[in-house]
Write a protein that binds this ligand. Structure first.
Ligand code: 13P
Ligand code: ZN
Length: 289
């Protein structure tokens, strides 16, 4: 089967373009990766190259050794993916130790996978294990409103989660486990990759915010992963508007209201996000004892 005609490549291209149309991918900002299913690899195997050289990943990912990933190229613009996918994206194979990768298709004009490959692969490794192999998509976007909030909210998981949840009733239903936040770090390396994947593991977060940079989301499908990014960013946009209107809420969704959602939507909301505030109108953390 022609690689470009496969459903997973078409889904990948659509998602990348949807993100571009949202304004989350200025220049080469953001990156996307997808872990191929065995039957997807077999359906395209005759069309894969096998003379590419091996490159170090920059992190050790034995949990995804031997797997194939569709990834965006470093320095490639999301707006060009739909126009010229073969020059913008690549299929890579991970070696049997999980230390190196080689390009098997794509990037026909040269280039390498995204500089955030360590974060993508470490997140894939964690999520493959904790989701029982169901998660396949890792998405990084430069979401404007989430980035704006990272300048004015304390960089704490509890406060970001609670304030985002309060902005739309669907939020605790869409991301009941909350969001993780990490302070500013140098992107593109092993340290930020480890910090992100640790949060995805420890609290089973499917979304982690990088302060002053953007967000990483993990999910089972392109729709679910895009939908998660979209929901969080929309909620951040509402919060930015509320703060821009003075920031004092006359009314809001209260801890007991969140608890009332649990049986209806078959979710469990960790109590650490449902703290009482000194003044419920205020944006911020728990009341001081
Ligand atoms: P790449 O072009 O290497 O994917 O980097 C873009 C980016 O968003 C880095 O965080
Ligand atoms: Zn980035």
């Amino acid at each position: 089967m022609k690689i470009l005609d496969t459903k997973f490549v078409q889904g990948f291209i659509k998602m990348a373009n949807d993100g571009y149309l949202q304004g989350w991918h200025e220049r080469n900002g953001g990156n996307l990766s997808y872990r191929l299913k065995t039957d997807e690899v077999e359906s395209i195997r005759p069309r894969l190259m096998d003379h590419g050289q091996w490159h170090p990943i920059g992190a050790s990912v034995p949990g995804v050794a031997g797997e194939f990933f569709l990834v965006t190229g470093t320095g490639k613009y999301f707006r060009n993916i739909i126009v010229d996918p073969e020059a913008s994206i690549a299929i890579i194979e991970i070696d049997e130790k999980g230390e190196n990768y080689r390009i098997r298709w794509g990037l026909v004009e040269g280039g390498l996978p995204t500089s955030e490959l360590p974060t993508h692969l470490l997140n894939h490794e964690v999520k493959k294990r904790t989701s029982g192999g169901v998660h396949r998509v890792i998405y990084h976007a430069h979401t404007t409103n989430v980035i704006a909030l990272s300048f004015v909210l304390p960089l704490q998981d509890e406060i970001f989660t609670r304030e985002l949840w309060e902005m739309a009733t669907e939020c605790p239903v869409v991301f009941p486990k909350g969001v993780g936040v990490i302070g500013w770090m140098v992107p593109g390396g092993r340290d930020i990759a480890l910090a992100t994947s640790r949060l995805m593991e420890q609290h089973d977060y499917d979304a982690v915010i990088w302060a002053h940079h953007g967000m990483f989301c993990s999910g089972e499908t392109f729709d679910l992963t895009f939908g998660l990014m979209h929901t969080i960013e929309k909620s951040a946009e509402i919060l930015v508007k509320v703060m821009s209107m003075g920031g004092r809420k006359l009314q809001t969704i209260r801890p007991d209201d969140f608890r009332a959602l649990e049986p209806q939507f078959h979710i469990e909301l960790p109590e650490r996000f449902l703290y009482e505030k000194e003044d419920p109108a205020e944006i911020g953390g728990p009341a001081k004892a």
